[in-house]
Design a protein around this ligand. Structure first.
Ligand code: ARG
Length: 482
């Protein structure tokens, strides 16, 4: 007999099965939401004449006490937070009263509503964290908008830009990431409450009312969809992932720039670590971890989508397993955003080392070709041949080098004064002349970034105001019954 058989029982112990079934661990995140869902539900039951005002009053009082006791005071042996809260209510006011809380609802619509409420807060928090990072990026960009640095493609020196322009590229990407979160919010903010198990209820409930009291824009349109769908989670986590991917690229640039070879950025001590064996080292660990956490967010999205794929309607317990992934994703994305805001805010940018990346490597090659096209009327492809031949000979050409090669390739003398040629070859002139919209020489970039930041701040504030208003409305409805 194997050991397993000798123990007298196959498989898990009862405790292990209970633990397997339980979502208590991740339900901490929806404790506050479930209390509010209980409040809005019982208020509406009373308003609709489904429970008496006396019972509603008693239940509301019990919910206040449960809230005050906090999540840790709950009996964690329940399958999840919902029966644990209901049990506390029943213990306080008796089953004939407390037992009416769950009239016309199911854990299926209850949990879906709770997740949406808690997720709303995460999305709003994430939007705020993104704004903090953007604000740091814009501030530092303003300070470094004349720090010349080479931009890279294929990690090869390409064309000169400025550190400011480089930093603003991340602000621009994060502006879209912010917009994605805001869009997801709109679809998260619908209330499944009242869908009950999936087929609604024969009680005369008012789904518009519970939706309004909980700050939702509207009830979900179909009761089966309300409990079965988690598309809102996929969309939210995917928005968090988009932001994380943006962060991971910023991190990679910071890690490269902080290397001895580049020496363009120095992390503040608070955001760096040293080596346990190599005392000279200052490692950009915060940026590396933020880069690594992108994998956590990606994993959460993959797990969520995989969980949902092919599930039969309506509620299935698999869904419980997806909920924790939402929180993991937002924890990872949000902490990365906040830490990177600090990294950017405190980083030291080295003008000299940045400048060194445009001193050689012929980063003015494109501008030289463009200048030849503009000033002599030759085709761009011909100019490309000329400059490629110059580049074969030297990575720091003089005006005379260009003249010689021009004659060799085209057979003609180059009719262009030295000043124009040198301006094309000089990184500063090159950057300043690149003043097309959005380019490093566009002087309006910082102002435009600030305007976008302010507009997004307004968007965020108005979402928060809406939630505050609904909170007041719920309080008033509760007071009305008291
Ligand atoms: N803990 C469950 C979850 O997170 C709550 C819903 C349980 N519903 C059910 N029919 N067992 O999904």
């Amino acid at each position: 007999m194997t050991d397993i058989l000798r123990r007298g029982r196959l498989g898990a112990t009862d405790d292990e099965v209970d633990g397997f079934l339980s979502s208590f661990g991740s339900d901490r995140r929806i404790f506050g939401a479930d209390i509010d869902v209980g409040r809005a539900h019982v208020v509406t039951l009373a308003e609709c004449g489904i429970v008496s005002e006396d019972d509603a009053r008693a239940i509301l009082g019990a919910l206040d006490e449960v809230e005050e006791g906090g999540f840790d005071a709950l009996d964690g042996t329940h399958e999840d937070v919902h029966p644990a809260i209901e049990a506390e209510v029943v213990e306080r006011v008796g089953e004939d009263t407390g037992g009416r809380l769950h009239t016309a609802r199911s854990r299926n619509d209850e949990v879906a509503t709770c997740i949406r409420i808690a997720l709303r807060d995460e999305i709003i928090g994430c939007m705020r964290d993104v704004l903090a990072l953007r604000s740091a990026l814009v501030d530092r960009a303003e300070e470094t908008d004349d720090y010349l640095v080479s931009g890279y493609t294929h990690l090869q020196r390409a064309q000169p830009t400025t550190i400011g322009h480089h930093l603003l590229s991340y602000d621009a990407a994060l502006e879209r990431d912010f917009g994605r979160l805001a869009d997801a919010y709109g679809r998260v903010n619908e209330s499944p409450l009242g869908s009950a198990a999936f087929a609604g209820t024969s009680f005369g409930i008012d789904r518009e009312r519970t939706a309004e009291l909980l700050g939702f824009d509207r009830p979900t349109r179909n009761s089966m969809d309300g409990v079965a769908s988690r598309g809102f989670a996929v969309e939210s986590v995917s928005s968090a992932l988009n932001a994380s991917v943006t962060l991971s690229r910023l991190c990679e640039d910071l890690v490269l720039w902080s290397s001895h070879e580049f020496g363009i950025v120095e992390f503040d001590d608070a955001y760096a670590s040293t080596s346990s064996i190599m005392p000279q080292k200052k490692n950009p660990d915060t940026a590396e971890l933020a880069r690594g956490k992108t994998a956590t967010v990606h994993g959460a999205l993959t797990a969520t989508v995989t969980n949902l794929k092919g599930l039969p309607s309506a509620y299935n317990r698999d869904l419980q397993e997806a909920t924790g992934r939402i929180w993991e994703a937002f924890d990872a994305a949000r902490s990365s955003c906040r830490v990177l805001a600090g990294v950017i805010d405190t980083a030291g940018f080295d003008r000299g080392s940045a400048r060194a990346t445009v001193e050689d490597g012929f980063v003015g090659a494109t501008e030289l070709a463009d200048t030849l096209v503009r000033e002599t009327g030759i085709a761009f492809r011909t100019a490309h041949h000329v400059v490629a031949s110059v580049a074969e000979q030297t990575d720091k050409p003089t005006a005379d080098d260009v003249r010689d090669v021009f004659r060799e390739v085209t057979g003609d003398a180059l009719e262009l004064d030295d000043e124009r040629l040198e301006n094309a070859l000089e990184p500063r002139g090159c950057v300043e002349s690149h003043d097309s919209y959005g380019a490093p020489g566009d002087e309006g970039l910082v102002d435009e970034a600030r305007d976008a930041l302010e507009a997004d701040m307004d968007t965020l504030n108005s979402l928060e105001e809406d939630l505050e208003l609904s909170e007041e409305m719920l309080n008033e409805a509760v007071e009305e019954i008291r």
